[in-house]
Each structure stands twice: as structure tokens, then as C-alpha cells.
Design a protein around this ligand. Sequence first.
Ligand SMILES: Nc1nc2c(ncn2[C@@H]2O[C@H](COP(=O)(O)OP(=O)(O)OP(=O)(O)O)[C@@H](O)[C@H]2O)c(=O)[nH]1
Ligand SMILES: [Mg+2]
Length: 298
Amino acid sequence: MNPKSGFVALLGRPNVGKSTLLNRIVRAKVAIVTRKPQTTRDRIAGILTGTRGQIVFLDSPGIHKPTKALNSHMVRTACRIGEEADIVAHVVDDRPTGKGPEDAMVRGILEKIPVPRILVVNKVDRIGRSAADEMRKNLTRDDFYAASFLVTATKGEGVEAFVTALFARLPEGPAFYPEEDLTDLPMRFIAKEVIREKLFEGLDEEIPYSIAVRVDEYNEEPEKNLIRIRAEILVERESQKGIVIGKGGAFLKKVGTAARLELEKETGSRIYLELFVVVERDWSRSESMLRHLGYEPG
Ligand SMILES: Nc1nc2c(ncn2[C@@H]2O[C@H](COP(=O)(O)OP(=O)(O)OP(=O)(O)O)[C@@H](O)[C@H]2O)c(=O)[nH]1
Ligand SMILES: [Mg+2]
């Protein structure tokens, strides 16, 4: 059989495990994952290439009610990703699905996308198989979804069956990217995301949502097997700056070390990482600041 190819969007509410599923499928850490909702803010492509062909999976920001310009950007990005796809996978988890305002919003967005929809019930390890199956039955009573799958993204269970079904539905076609590529994102972007991940994991309350990372300098020095990265961490208030720096600089140092170790593993280079914290008042409410930070309005 000739190779297949196509784009598959992973859409759904925040925190359901879209990024975890993407990483599991491509067997690499392409997207950052944290315990906190609204982690992903951009279109993250993960490319799976094999004898069956090539699927470009598009991870997306979780769909939620926007409160600030950043959130509107995230939801618009998710909608655009849906419009790009040949198939949309709607990922849900163990939280009650179907009644809340976010679910209505997701449903409204999915309804407008004129491609086959596949339901993916994730976190079956937490839900339990029979309850997950019950959930799947309830959500697939009508013909809204062309197919449905139960998966545990963290362990990979059920993922191969899902991928096989996607290849079966996609048309024959050429690969879009070279077979060794796992993503179309530059390392500079990944560096920014890894720093943001370490910040998200260590910070509570609203602070993660007031954080953006801007890489000002990314210089490779191959003769020294070294990459120099200088990044600014934006916060919205002076009080947040103190928290991000931590007592005697302890938190910032911890973030820097964790990010550096991960990036060294990823690149195979030594990393020299400098982090600075700057206050940019209400950046997450400002369209021009969003543009400046690379969050392009849709
Ligand atoms: N128990 C369990 N936890 C999971 C599974 N998949 C993801 N998680 C956890 O769920 C949390 C959110 O995962 P993400 O992959 O960041 O979720 P997301 O849908 O990309 O979230 P946003 O980017 O915020 O929209 C993380 O703590 C994951 O470890 C799973 O199969 N089982
Ligand atoms: Mg995500």
C-alpha cells in the first residue's frame, strides 16, 4: 500500500492530556506537560513517520472561556488548528463531560469543523475501564464522532489502536516533512517552553498565568559544543517578581538548573543559561505585548 499522510488536531478542554498524548505518539518530548490547566499556548506539531506514512499531530491550547487577551489568543489558536486538520481528535478525561459551559464551547467549535471527529477518552488508568467505557457510550450516542478510543497517554495504552485508525482514515499522499523530523519547532522555541514548564511546575495560584518567557539570545557555538541562552521571564506584578526569584535567588536557580539539564539532554550540547525576571505590567491583557511575545492573534 502507498504511504498515507495528513494532519490530525488534538483538541479539548485544558488539562485532559493532549500534550501527553502527542509526546507519547511521537515518542519524544515535543510539548511541555504540567499538572496545571492552560499549559499549552501555541500550535505544537509532532510528526510521526513510518512505513504506513506520515501523520502531523497538532497539539493545541485547551479550549476554555477566555478572560484575558492571552486566553482569547489561545482559544483562537485552537480553532485555527482544527481548521487545518484532516481529522480532529477530541480528547476528554475523567472529569464529567457534556454539561459545563466549557463543554458547550468545545462542542460548538467541533461542530463547525467539517472533518471527521474522533473521541479519545484519556486517563483510563484513573477512570477505570468499565467507567471509561460507560463514558464513551454516553458521549457517542449520536453520530457526532466517527469513532472512539480509550487510552492512557501516560502509559501508552490504547494509543497504537488510535493511531492505526487514523492511518486507515487518511488518504494516500506524500510526507510533508523529512522522516527524521519530530517537530517543525525551532530549538529556540523549545528552550522557551522548557523554561516555562519548570516555572509552571514550581509556582502556585495565578502566577503561572502571569508568566511568559522570551528568549533574547540563542547562540550556538559548535566548536565549543555550547549553546548560550539568555531568556527573560515576564511577570505582571512586582510581588510576583520576588516569588519567581525566590529567597536568595533560590527558586530562579532551581528553574535554571532543571531547564539547563533538560535542554542539555535534548540538544547533546552544553548549555549556558541566563535567566532574568522583568515586570511587564498586565502583559497578558495587551494585544501588542502578545504579538511581541510571539503569540500571534488569530
Ligand atoms: N493519570 C493520568 N494522568 C494523565 C494522563 N495523561 C495526562 N495526564 C496528566 O494530566 C495532566 C495534564 O496533562 P497535559 O498533557 O499537560 O494536558 P493538556 O491537555 O495538554 O493541557 P493544556 O495544555 O493545559 O490544555 C498532567 O499532570 C499529566 O501528567 C493519563 O493517561 N493518566
Ligand atoms: Mg497541553
